[in-house]
Ligand binder design. Structure first.
Ligand code: G1P
Length: 290
């Protein structure tokens, strides 16, 4: 039986230059989608999938993320004093249990592969998940849970993929696929940020991974790739030569909150799903005079 996934790595060291000036003092992961920061969606997705411990790879200027996932004594006491018990309970329920989160820092922006490698000692010798928080997912169950269900059957390494268009392929890692294995399929190739016209398919890596610990050894010596950065995709490509590697097609919707349009789309679409905001937002949208 496949060894259980207990830990998830969430890289949050990125500078967020695309969102300046909003991200001058506030980490991009703390920008709000409807009623919670972007990063909280990934954390909720991880815990929903059965993860017990979340490891954040942070950087300078990201302390707000640590505070967000901490218990806020004064806030809790004030809410309860004022009879806002429901809100206090909600905030408390969304706070990870004591000891269930760790933080380490990526000291230099050397790439996603390097960020994941920074978590090696905290991950230890066991398979783990990676969730890129820029990608906010809407699915039931969540994307990582869908992957876990496949992992329980086939083990190995699993990445979630979805369809993109040829015009957008250069922004992502793109995979080529082989034989089907139940709800998953074999991955036969991966290219990080393919030049226009060279993508091996229209399936892109959407930012959710289940990886065996050997990836850390490969990342330790991984040379730089696309964009001059140490790429997780390149290390996975090496691992694919010897280890089983599968893809799972995420049944749900992904919002790329690393771009302004994707971030706004997430806000609108998720506000339309949220009973607190749905009717008002729908009215507002209907009233937009295009
Ligand atoms: C990373 C990965 C890429 C993946 C993407 C999803 O790229 O390297 O393979 O498709 O996330 O968001 P980044 O967005 O960090 O450039």
């Amino acid at each position: 039986m496949a060894k259980r996934i207990r830990k998830a790595v969430i890289p949050v060291a990125g500078l967020g230059t695309r969102f300046l000036p909003a991200t001058k003092a506030v980490p991009k992961e703390m920008l709000t989608v409807v009623d919670r920061p972007v990063v909280q969606y990934a954390v909720e997705e991880a815990f929903e999938a059965g993860v017990e411990h979340v490891i954040f790879v942070t950087g300078r200027g990201k302390v707000l993320i640590e505070d967000h996932f901490d218990y806020q004594y004064e806030l809790d006491a004030t809410l309860r004093e004022r009879g806002k018990t429901e809100m206090a309970d909600l905030v408390e329920a969304q706070t990870p249990a004591a000891g269930a989160v760790s933080f380490t820092r990526q000291q230099k922006p050397l790439g996603l592969g390097h960020a994941v490698w920074c978590a090696r000692d905290l991950v230890g010798d066991e398979p783990f998940a990676v969730l890129l928080p820029d990608m906010v997912m809407d699915g039931e169950p969540g994307c990582l849970k869908q992957m876990m269900d496949a992992y329980d059957e086939i083990g190995g390494n699993i990445i979630a993929v979805q369809e993109t268009t040829p015009e957008l392929a250069h922004k992502y890692g793109i995979v080529a696929t082989g034989q089907a294995h139940g709800r998953a399929f074999e991955i036969t190739d991966m290219v990080e940020k393919p030049a226009p016209g060279t993508a091996p398919s229209n399936l892109y890596i959407n930012g959710r991974y289940i990886l065996q610990p050997r990836i850390m050894e490969l990342l330790a010596t991984q040379s730089t790739g696309a964009g001059g950065e140490i790429q997780l995709t390149d290390a996975m490509l090496t691992m694919m030569e010897t280890d089983p590697f599968f893809g799972v097609s995420f049944a749900g919707r992904t919002f790329d909150c690393g771009s302004k349009a994707g971030f706004l789309e997430a806000n609108i679409m998720l506000a339309l799903k949220n009973p607190d905001t749905r009717d008002d937002v729908l009215e507002m949208l209907k009233a937009v005079d295009l």
